[in-house]
Design a protein around this ligand. Structure first.
Ligand SMILES: [Mg+2]
Length: 159
């Protein structure tokens, strides 16, 4: 029996990037000639530094990846995933306001993967509390997603 998760789900704001996409920055976003991503006002937009490697590592291990975000800035969030060349990693994206239980029910229905085989990273305790009740292994991320957090979570899975 494999102890690996079949699906890893990420929150977006303060998990993959250090801001709320609906309030702290000004979409639309664009890529400049030097390859950096900026918002409408020219402000530099960045990911937490390990994020591209984190997604690449999960993908390399043959584990599916999904996003679950409660932001109302759906277009901006999708645009950032594309501009940072992360979009191709996600087999499923559930991005809209509401309780995260709804996002996970949709993920479960579409993927057919049981909650017990999912690993979830989020920076907000209320989301961790809600989603844990479904049987998903949840990890509270304090200062953004990192390779260290990923490694520890994969080693302790399932909780
Ligand atoms: Mg968040």
């Amino acid at each position: 029996m494999s102890r690996k998760p079949e699906l890893v789900v990420f929150d977006l704001d303060y998990t993959l990037w250090p801001f709320w996409v609906d309030t702290h920055v000004d979409p639309p976003f664009r890529k400049t000639s030097d390859g950096t991503v900026v918002d409408q006002t020219g402000r530099l937009i960045r990911l937490y530094k390990d994020v591209p490697q984190v997604l690449a590592e999960i993908h390399k291990q043959g584990i599916l990846i999904a996003a679950a975000s409660r932001t109302g800035e759906v277009k901006g969030a999708n645009q950032l995933l594309q501009l940072f060349s992360l979009d191709h990693y996600f087999s499923q994206k559930e991005i809209y306001p509401g309780c995260k239980v709804n996002h996970f029910q949709r993920i479960q229905q579409r993927s057919g993967i049981p909650f017990q085989k999912m690993l979830f990273f989020d920076d907000e305790r209320r989301n961790i509390t809600d989603v844990s009740r479904l049987g998903v292994t949840c990890v509270l991320v304090q200062d953004g997603m990192s390779l260290k957090i990923l490694k520890e979570a994969l080693e302790m899975f399932p909780q």
